[in-house]
Ligand binder design. Structure first.
Ligand SMILES: CC(C)(COP(=O)(O)OP(=O)(O)OC[C@H]1O[C@@H](n2cnc3c(N)ncnc32)[C@H](O)[C@@H]1OP(=O)(O)O)[C@@H](O)C(=O)NCCC(=O)NCCS
Length: 139
């Protein structure tokens, strides 16, 4: 039976392995050894993992900046996809953001990732005509 819990240190290796499997081309700053300590320093209660038999099978990283909520690293192990795990993670993150007073969630999906877009549409998200811009402040 899968459950969603707040990340604990014993989940580290499982999250690293999951992200290596699901996001193999991610840049170094998105990898677990960088991103997890950064997240654990800010709103660690919004880093959630799905586990089954003590194995990490999914993640979501959320953040609330006082204006908008953001979601990152929504991922489910390929062997466990299409079983509702991603929806459990998303619902839990949305509830936690709403409890903080967050009125709107934003997220980015890589262009062309139709499966993920379908997943978010299923949960009420809409494509908004915006240009996504970013600037790195550190490498
Ligand atoms: C997106 C992702 C997290 C969905 O996780 P999941 O556990 O498979 O999702 P669910 O089982 O809860 O799916 C709920 C619904 O979303 C839609 N959906 C999910 N995956 C889909 C896919 N590959 N194609 C089309 N629709 C999909 C379906 O409507 C599905 O309901 P159904 O199975 O009854 O048809 C998972 O596919 C994933 O990890 N993808 C790779 C990582 C990634 O790119 N993440 C996004 C970063 S922004």
């Amino acid at each position: 039976m899968a459950q969603v819990v707040v990340f604990r240190s014993e989940h580290f290796d499982g999250v690293r392995e999951l992200w290596e499997e699901v996001f193999p081309n991610d840049p170094p700053w998105n990898r677990a050894d960088r991103a997890l300590p950064e997240k654990l320093a800010v709103q660690p209660e919004l880093l959630l993992v799905a586990t089954q038999d003590e194995t990490v099978i999914g993640t979501v990283m959320a953040g609330y900046d006082g204006h908008r909520g953001w979601l990152y690293s929504v991922a489910v192990k390929p062997s466990h996809q299409r079983q509702g795990i991603g929806s459990m993670l998303l619902n839990d993150a949305e509830r936690r953001l709403a409890d903080l007073g967050c009125g709107k969630i934003n997220l980015q999906v890589r262009a062309g990732n139709e499966a993920v877009t379908a997943f978010y549409r299923r949960h009420g998200y809409e494509v908004e005509e915006r240009v996504s811009m970013g600037k790195r402040l550190s490498n």
